[in-house]
Ligand binder design. Structure first.
Ligand code: FAD
Length: 388
């Protein structure tokens, strides 16, 4: 049985561990812990799950499979890890061909998905907390929702252990054992050496710190999140207040219904702040002020809710916004599975399969998109608004 060491117990690492174990490998996962790691991207209250990807057939199809997988995981786990509350794409201007919202609407409609087109009147009637004077177009996709990210990681760790994966949550990897252009194991920060036939680096935003050659093609970028506590959280629960995006390709704004603790989360998928994994994760005054004015204009009743928490969360952004899953071209025994680029979590139910296929060099439509690749022109998934 081939032995595999996986560096990182985020969503990428744990789903890979479970799938490789299922395929008969002997698997050990190393992470400094605790799980979910407090600074990991997979550690949060919520992550958007949607198949709206413009006219990008590959991601739409993959997200469709992932949504089916989330429904199965809810049953398998006996927990509501995924809330199918829909996804509201709100636009302050009419949707226009060539733009993300319009192309997503057209593409999914052609695929037979039953989307509800919005206008001011419909937004006011169906989503009265929204400023329907400002938002005039868009649509609701009912086949979407949000995932409880931290709780999913906890469940995945339990599943991994139950299937025979060894989880070592006191172990930080600091380097690799290398001979003749082949990686044969890892060195831990305590100086301990551990050998394996294959090493998979799934260290999210820390990946390029471990493998500096990758700094050219992926980098950690801090993205702001605020958590609000409305007086009556029931007003903000899905599906009457679904996960949403507001002019997202032009502003980056998106958010979620109240979670179990009555907390409403708003975030920005924008250019973010290039930073190291060590820097403080605090929002600055200008960032908080942008949130406040957006909230006042868009969901005015939330402007009265206090911000009870805020932070920067690190994307591991690749140059083209696509994941980075593949064998190192020049070093045997090393696979990288990272580059979530701010949109990886929704794919959790299919991610282990994608990564295991890449490890086994199975030819799939995804292998080429996510493989090791030279830096080139940015694709649609990497293009974000660049400030207001
Ligand atoms: C603010 C924000 C919002 C997002 N929103 C969405 C969304 O709405 N929908 C969506 O689909 N996706 C979203 N994403 C993206 C998604 O969360 C990520 O793609 C996914 O969680 C990445 O998982 P990962 O396992 O690659 O990384 P991580 O979850 O960061 O895990 C990396 C792990 O590696 C470990 N590690 C690091 N260094 C070492 C080392 N030296 N040795 C051992 N272990 C190490 C860490 O402790 C950590 O546990 C968002 C991300 C962020 C930051």
């Amino acid at each position: 049985m081939e032995s595999v060491l996986i560096v990182g117990a985020g969503m990428f690492g744990l789903t890979t561990a479970i799938e490789l174990r299922r395929r008969g490998y002997s698997v050990t996962v190393l992470d400094p812990g605790p799980l979910p790691h407090p600074l990991a991207a997979s550690n949060d209250t919520s992550r958007m799950v949607r198949m709206d990807y413009g006219d990008d057939a590959l991601y739409v199809e993959l997200a469709g499979k992932a949504i089916e997988g989330w429904r199965v995981w809810n049953q398998q786990s006996g927990r509501t890890l995924y809330h199918e509350d829909g996804f509201l794409m709100a636009c302050s201007q009419p949707m226009a061909p060539g733009e993300f919202e319009h192309d997503s609407y057209q593409y999914l409609s052609k695929q037979g998905y039953d989307l509800q087109r919005m206008d001011s009147g419909r937004i006011k009637q169906q989503y009265p907390l929204w400023n329907g004077d400002r938002y005039k177009d868009g649509y609701l996709n009912p086949a979407a929702g949000w995932a409880e990210a931290a709780n999913t990681v906890i469940w995945l760790a339990e599943e991994a252990q139950a299937s025979g994966v060894e989880l070592r949550l006191d172990t930080q990897v600091s380097g690799f054992i290398e001979a003749d252009n082949r990686i044969t194991g890892v060195i831990t920060s305590g100086g301990y050496r551990e050998s394996a036939e294959l090493v998979v680096v799934a260290a999210g935003a820390w990946t390029a710190a471990l493998l500096p050659d990758l700094a050219e093609v992926m980098q950690p970028v801090g993205q702001p999140i605020v958590y609000l506590q409305p007086v009556d959280p029931d007003l903000y629960r899905g599906p009457q207040f679904p996960p949403w995006a507001a002019d997202i390709p032009r502003t980056g704004w998106y958010g979620f219904p109240a979670n179990r603790d009555g907390i409403v989360k708003i975030s920005n998928h924008g250019p973010g702040r290039p930073m190291t994994t060590e820097e403080p994760r605090d929002l600055n005054a200008a960032e908080v002020s942008r949130f406040n004015s957006f909230i006042k204009d868009t969901i005015p009743s939330l402007a009265e809710a206090p911000i009870v928490n805020s932070r920067l969360c690190l994307y591991c952004d690749t140059w083209d916004g696509n994941f980075w899953i593949g064998h190192h071209p020049n070093k045997g025994g090393l696979v990288v599975a990272a580059g979530g680029s701010g949109h990886g979590f929704k794919f959790a139910p299919v991610m282990g399969g994608l990564i295991a296929d890449a490890i086994e060099k199975v030819d799939t439509p995804y292998a080429e998109r996510f493989a090791w690749r030279p830096k080139g022109e940015a694709t649609a998934e990497a293009i974000r608004y660049t400030g207001e």
